[in-house]
Design a protein around this ligand. Structure first.
Ligand code: FUB
Length: 306
């Protein structure tokens, strides 16, 4: 029989920061990571790529959630929500992001709208990071009206939610044009006008985080995509372009990322095509440690198999 001390030490060893091999999950194809650190665990939300090898488009119906206390051992928690969670949506569980406020978890998700043109963003809520989530407002928080000549049906995708130190929440999103809007404290309504942000070669997959007193706005640039970033003194800039932190993938053109601090280290999650049988519509989520230089810039991150 193990002593209480031995059990505690074993538990600690299990939760010492380590890195699992990449890709993180090998039972299914996964894409578009979103991450949340909560109660000493990192929760990783991914879209499930269900396309067959010969398919020429995404087939994504649900999100999956995994969690870890050490970045090495991942627990699968199943399907916290899917396209049907939003009665007004008809397909495409594309990229998402999550935030916690007042003990509730708010999940912002890209889906194809049933009645409005193209993609829209919904928000679902749960009392637990592993779900189940339910539609928080019964309608999309962001829709595409296709009123401008330049509008494309997928320009309202890839939400990134950020809650600032003063409690103000922001939703960033977009494809080709980066947009953001303030959120009301209820996290489910927008507060004020939609703004656009000009960053070099913006494609999609906006991400906003803070490290120390610096705000980091990152995104996928060009196509095939590289991960690039700017820094600024506030959640709305002004932004100074700092360069590329991750090179494009070998085969798959997208790379969608998320960045978190966890257990005293920083990590970037992204997707590539490294799971056997992988490809454009059969992606796999991976993680790397991310290092900040003393001047606050981010060191270039090579992709590894570790
Ligand atoms: O997974 C579908 C779309 O591909 C995402 O919304 C984009 O970020 C890109 O990864």
């Amino acid at each position: 029989k193990k002593s209480v001390l031995a059990t505690a030490v074993a538990g600690l060893a299990l939760c010492a920061p380590a890195m699992a091999g990449n890709p993180l999950f090998s039972d299914i194809f996964t894409a578009d990571p979103a991450a949340l650190v909560d109660n000493n665990r990192v929760y990783l939300y991914v879209g499930r790529d269900e396309a067959k090898a010969e398919d020429k488009d995404y087939l994504m119906k649900e999100w999956r959630v995994y969690s870890s206390c050490d970045m090495k051992n991942w627990k699968a928690h199943g399907v916290p929500l899917n396209v049907q969670t939003f009665a007004w949506a008809k397909a495409d569980a594309w990229a998402a992001d999550i935030a916690k406020r007042n003990g509730k978890y708010y999940f912002y998700a890209t889906v194809e709208h049933k009645d409005k043109p193209g993609k829209a963003i919904g928000v679902a809520v749960s009392d637990s990071p592993t779900g189940p989530f339910k539609d928080a407002r019964g309608s999309a928080i962001i829709t595409n009206d296709m009123t401008k000549q330049t509008d494309i049906s997928w320009d309202d995708i890839d939400p990134a939610v950020f809650i600032d130190k003063n409690g103000q929440a922001y939703l960033y999103w977009g494809n080709q044009v980066m947009k953001y809007v303030k959120l009301k404290p209820n996290m489910i309504d927008v507060d004020g006008p939609i703004h656009t942000v000009a960053v070099p070669h913006f494609t999609e997959a906006t991400y906003l985080h803070r490290h120390g007193n610096t705000y980091y706005l990152s995104w996928s640039r060009e196509f095939p995509e590289l991960t690039a970033y700017s820094t600024g003194p506030s959640a709305t800039g002004p932004w100074t372009y700092r360069g590329v932190i991750m090179e494009k993938n070998e085969k798959v053109k997208t790379i969608h990322h998320a960045i978190v601090d966890f257990n005293g280290k920083s990590y970037i999650f992204y997707h590539n095509d490294k799971l056997p049988g992988g490809g454009e519509f059969r992606r796999s989520v991976a993680a790397e440690e991310l290092h900040y230089n003393p001047d606050g810039t981010i060191r270039f991150i090579p992709q590894t198999a570790e």
